[in-house]
Design a protein around this ligand. Sequence first.
Ligand SMILES: C[S@@+](CC[C@H](N)C(=O)[O-])C[C@H]1O[C@@H](n2cnc3c(N)ncnc32)[C@H](O)[C@@H]1O
Length: 384
Amino acid sequence: MAKDIHAKPFDEGTLIKLELFKRYFREWLPVFTKSQYKRIEIYDFFAGEGTDVEGTYGSPLILLDEVKPYCKEFKNNSTCVEIHFNDFSSKKILKLDENVSQKLLECSGENNYVFCKGDNGKINCPFIIRHHNRDFQTLFATEYSKFKSAPLIPRFMLIDQYGIKHVTTEVFNQLTNLPKTDFIFFISSNHIRRFKEHPGFAAYLDSSKLDFSESRPVECHRVIFNYYKSLLNGKKYFLGQFSIKKNSGIHGVIFGSSHPFGLEKFLSAAWKIDPHTGETNYDIDEDHIRTGQLSLDLDGTGNQDKIKKLAAFENELINFLKTAQTNQSIYIFALERGVSISKTNEILSGLEKANKLLFSGDDRRKGAFYLDYNHVKKINIQSK
Ligand SMILES: C[S@@+](CC[C@H](N)C(=O)[O-])C[C@H]1O[C@@H](n2cnc3c(N)ncnc32)[C@H](O)[C@@H]1O
């Protein structure tokens, strides 16, 4: 049986996971408040009780904190925000209800419809909070028919499971078929590595597609990420990942969005947390610079002290640019390799300074690469 995460102070790995949830959600929400959608839905399917024993916020209270500053926009745009908190433990959902009420003391409610005072004390904030006390699989199956009948409602889903069981191949396919849903789920990747040959495992994931043979144990979340990527079967969809070492085990999160803009924002959050590789809280590639140690510079190039992932990305990028590429295709190229747009700009900037790039197309400002999806500028970049 899984340990109760709320019975102790959150460990460092959990805090990193929560920080990533928060930073992503903070970038996701304004996209939809600005676009004046009339309805936004947020699901925290494994919400827990709201805090750890020391009162540190868990995902539901973090989400509420992030939603509240947008009261004014919601009110002005008549946007209805529906927030769903679920946990199968009735004890936890009761405690969560108490914690949420405490948090919303300044609010008054009627039929679950809460009007909160905004930060300036004047604005009412319309959002609905619904608590569910159900097993994830049952709740997801019921809600999914609603998702399918209104697929264009922007939704954010957090699936903070213990272990590995809930985002089955089927659930993953259902999630990735929703065009306006972004999701983040947690998964204990090293459990998959250990139990993939176990009878019964096939009920969750297809072990024949999980190949750990070429990877080191510390990379097992990368393998899981590639497994989920393989399930896309060519579908245009954008996935991101972050590996988390927690109590000596390797776990991680998988992010998904049907829009590259979603992945851009996820990577921006991830690279702020890990400025070296944008994907871990540990030294996954034995990058000496990461641990503050300089290595022996055996070939005199200084390359040993470059982050391996970035050195490999730079080479791949130069190769990619052997034929001229548009700013939009470079944008997608970087996202698909898990490199943030600001990091990619930095690398291109270094290449431009070293006089290794040629530019054509629209006018450009020196040092600007216009890596975006909307393609406002059309420039072509080629390596010399
Ligand atoms: C990792 S904790 C979630 C922590 C929470 N996101 C937070 O930040 O505090 C997992 C939670 O899922 C609940 N849970 C476990 N199995 C579940 C299931 N099958 N369906 C719904 N909730 C479940 C547990 O009671 C626990 O509170």
